[in-house]
Design a protein around this ligand. Structure first.
Ligand SMILES: Nc1ncnc2c1ncn2[C@@H]1O[C@H](COP(=O)(O)OP(=O)(O)OP(=O)(O)O)[C@@H](O)[C@H]1O
Ligand SMILES: Cc1ncc(COP(=O)(O)O)c(N)n1
Length: 449
């Protein structure tokens, strides 16, 4: 069943925070996202240049238009701008009664105020009593309580105080601004404290974290999750969104709420593409058998380089592709992390050329190199005997050296084949490179035909 969540928040023209972060989060969490825009900001990752708020009446009209048509299962507020808008939102939410998550946004990451001074009191006295959840960060919790917060213990005291003083049912004091190896959020709910924690990421992508986090809680509530379950999921969600942040901008980079769905989708897509390419090998099994070297072949494919971290992000064939009685045969179905050698080669390639996402090693012969030349393939020839001792010593160093050597011959973009002439005890090989495993298999087929 489709659920509807509404964000009552401001627009960040840079798309990092505000309604952009919220709508991306709603979409990634599988709820329909509606919007009541409060203010427009001319903003990027390092500054807010201008801001203008809409009339409270127009904010109310947006909420009512959605309510009268689809209903609202849960909502969240972000930048509310003025005391008049806060009063209006408190009044309409109080009347409609849907569960509301209030992110008490006061100051942008870049330092600009997002709410007028006189509005904080209205937020405390009018909005917090009708909210189900409030998610202050450390400075916001300090402002709401007048306490100094330096530890988890302080955060617990502040959370309880906010509940008792303003009546919000659930208080989440976020630990993003606290010190320590873990980012610990403290929750006060029905007389008890709960802690939700993930490792603290050393990341530049923290613009919009509070927005996406509160939107994720609202999405969970819209789906009918128990509040603690919704907060737990939101915590995992925000960890992924920070880890795979959008590497863009001169200031605090935007968080990436769509990583939550994009990464699993990418992995599935890569798996399916590799499976299809292996099918093509099976169909030409006798031909491919001729190309299997002593060390056997592997064919690998890395997920979108924006998300690739290590060999576990490369799908390949466990047990490699073998020559079984004159037929090339994958030893098993594709799996992530199944190859170390091919995976590291692909990671080195994609680090230099984002299009070089797939590779397969085949047997070396001077005839195949000649054939590649005749086909007009871009060829790089690497002499392993020239590899410096230092490269051999570093983990994955050899592969990086081979790839660096190869790409220096082809102007920085990947060649179609890398001819590795081998070394003492190292079989010479050819690596066929392409954008997808299907393209690699087609290139190998042309070489062998
Ligand atoms: N570096 C980090 N590593 C891991 N988690 C983090 C990090 N920074 C923030 N978080 C988590 O992200 C969520 C948002 O917390 P934060 O304290 O940054 O909110 P905020 O300051 O309100 O964000 P914003 O400034 O975008 O409004 C919390 O769950 C927090 O623990
Ligand atoms: C429109 C709008 N809403 C919210 C924030 C807070 O996000 P951050 O603290 O990450 O800058 C923002 N900067 N702009």
């Amino acid at each position: 069943m489709w659920r509807v969540a509404i964000t009552i928040a401001g627009l960040d023209s840079g798309g990092g925070a505000g309604i952009h972060a919220d709508i991306k989060t709603f979409a990634a969490m599988g709820v329909h996202g509606a919007t009541a825009l409060t203010c427009v900001t001319a903003q990027n990752t390092y500054e807010v240049r201008e801001a203008q708020c809409l009339s409270p009446q127009l904010v109310r009209a947006q909420i009512m238009a959605v309510w009268d048509d689809m209903g609202i299962d849960a909502g969240k507020t972000g930048m509310l701008g003025t005391r008049e808008i806060i009063e209006e939102v408190a009044s309409v939410v109080g009347k409609l009664g849907f569960p509301l998550v209030v992110d008490p946004v006061m100051v942008a990451k870049s330092g600009a105020p997002l709410i007028s001074e006189d509005a904080v009191d209205v937020l405390k006295r009018r909005l917090l009593p009708v909210a189900k959840v409030v998610t202050p960060n450390k400075p916001e919790a300090e402002k709401l309580t007048g306490m100094k917060i330096a530890s988890v213990n302080d955060a617990e005291k502040a959370a309880e105080f906010i509940h008792k003083e303003y009546g919000t049912e659930i208080v989440v004091v976020k630990g993003g601004h606290l010190e320590g190896g873990e980012a610990i959020d403290v929750v006060y709910y029905r007389g008890s404290f709960h802690k939700f924690s993930t490792p603290r990421l050393e990341s530049r992508a923290t613009h919009g974290t509070g927005c996406a986090f509160s939107a994720a809680i609202a999405a969970g509530l819209a789906k009918g999750l128990d509040p603690l379950e919704a907060i737990k999921t939101a915590k995992q969600f925000i960890y992924t969104a920070i880890k795979y942040g959008v590497a863009k901008g001169k200031g605090h980079w935007p968080v990436n709420p769509t990583a939550w769905v994009e990464i699993p989708a990418e992995r599935w897509r890569a798996y399916e593409e590799l499976r299809a390419a292996l099918e093509a090998i099976r169909k030409n099994a006798a031909l491919f058998a001729k190309a299997i070297p002593e060390v056997q072949s592997n064919l690998g494919y890395v997920i979108d380089p924006r998300y690739a971290v290590d060999v576990n992000d490369v799908v390949a064939v466990p047990g490699r592709i073998v020559n079984y009685m004159g037929e090339a045969r994958p030893s098993g179905p594709p799996a992530f992390g199944a190859s170390s050698h091919t995976a590291r080669k692909i990671l080195a390639l994609v680090g230099k050329d984002p299009n070089a996402r797939s590779a397969m090693n085949i047997k070396y012969s001077p005839e195949l190199v000649e054939r590649a030349r005749a086909l007009g393939y871009k060829i790089a020839v690497v002499d392993r005997r020239k590899e410096p001792e230092e490269a051999k010593k570093i983990e994955g160093g050899s592969m990086k050296w081979v790839v660096g050597e190869a790409l220096s011959q082809t102007g920085g973009t990947a060649p179609d084949i890398i001819v590795d002439l081998g070394d003492w005890g190292k079989e010479p090989q050819i690596t066929v490179v392409g954008r997808t495993p299907t393209e690699v298999v087609e290139k190998v087929l042309r070489l062998l035909s």
